[in-house]
Design a protein around this ligand. Structure first.
Ligand SMILES: NC(=O)C1=CN([C@@H]2O[C@H](COP(=O)(O)OP(=O)(O)OC[C@H]3O[C@@H](n4cnc5c(N)ncnc54)[C@H](OP(=O)(O)O)[C@@H]3O)[C@@H](O)[C@H]2O)C=CC1
Ligand SMILES: O=C(O)C1=N[C@H](C(=O)O)C[C@H](O)C1
Length: 255
């Protein structure tokens, strides 16, 4: 079976990668690719359609899944449209507020929804090991540094927030300190969080644990956005045809 995939934000940094990743595989095909101002253009030879026609395209082309890397507002709109038409929805978009996350959860009651802040398999491995490191090193100072390109909207990154949740679940901490300035000595138990934005850096996350005259640095560096696109396409192929529910990238990897 060939999995038909609709792509949103198709002219974005990630949308382009997703179209290319789908085209590279034999088990799926692009059902449609939308952006807000298609202007007769294409991505990798795939004709662009107007995002305003998204709902109509779901009915006309009947994709098995949609892959979305856009912004939190549009991702929620796209998820709702998929829920109404019975199409599975995979989103790598980050920066959702609580209402946005709740809207994705609601859509998951109608169709399969998979939301992951990072589709790199190495990041999933990092999430798994960071909890163990924190458990093994109680009382060590923890700092997280994430570095991304200068066009990124949200900070800290979705991945950083996921890693912070894992850190907090596995140790006793006083809270997060976002950057430091002026008279700002480190408080016991705080987790320092630092977001760097420069150039076209794909995405780096480092957790530093220090104490007891030693330091541990756990680092993931994505060298190409293709790694995220490949994971998202794996997720779309995996989710197509599944029952309604809210899924995670760990479900794809662990199966
Ligand atoms: N989970 C993961 O592995 C990864 C997640 N991301 C996340 O993916 C998202 C997109 O990142 P990136 O590709 O770099 O961003 P870009 O800004 O390069 O692209 C975003 C695309 O989304 C579209 N878009 C934005 N807002 C709207 C809207 N209101 N309605 C319709 N379309 C909209 C834009 O479309 P148009 O061209 O029409 O303006 C644009 O093509 C971010 O949230 C980022 O954090 C990024 C990389 C990996
Ligand atoms: O915006 C990006 O580029 C990325 N965003 C994701 C995030 O916010 O964690 C994942 C990746 O690091 C790239």
């Amino acid at each position: 079976m060939t999995v038909g995939i609709g792509v949103t934000g198709a002219t974005g940094r990630m949308g382009r990668e997703v179209v290319a990743a789908v085209a590279d595989r034999e088990d799926c095909e692009v059902a449609f690719a939308v952006n807000r101002d298609p202007d007769g253009g294409d991505v990798d030879g795939v004709e662009l359609e107007a995002a305003a026609r998204f709902d109509a395209l779901l009915s006309e082309r009947e994709p098995d899944a949609v892959i979305d890397f856009t912004g939190p507002e549009s991702a929620v709109d796209y998820a709702r449209a998929c829920a109404e038409t019975g199409v599975a929805f995979v989103t790598g978009t980050t920066g959702f507020d609580d209402d946005g996350l709740a809207a994705l959860e609601d859509a998951g009651a109608e169709v399969p929804i998979l939301h992951a802040p990072n589709f790199a398999r190495g990041v999933q491995a990092l999430v798994n090991v960071v909890g163990q490191a924190v458990r093994n090193l109680p009382g060590y100072d923890v700092e997280l540094v994430e570095t991304h390109h200068n066009g990124k909207r949200d900070a800290p990154s979705g991945t950083a927030n996921r890693l912070l949740e894992e850190i907090e679940e596995n140790g006793e901490f006083a809270g997060r300190t976002h950057g430091r300035e002026g008279e700002a000595p480190r408080e016991d138990g705080e987790i320092g969080v630092h977001a760097l934005r420069a150039g076209d850096i794909t995405g780096e996350h480092e957790i530093l644990l220090a104490g007891n005259d030693e330091e541990v640095r756990l680092t993931h560096r994505a060298e190409d956005r293709g790694v995220f696109a490949a994971g998202a396409v794996d997720a779309a192929v995996w989710i197509a045809g599944r029952k309604a529910g809210s899924y995670d990238f760990a479900d794809v990897i662990d199966e």
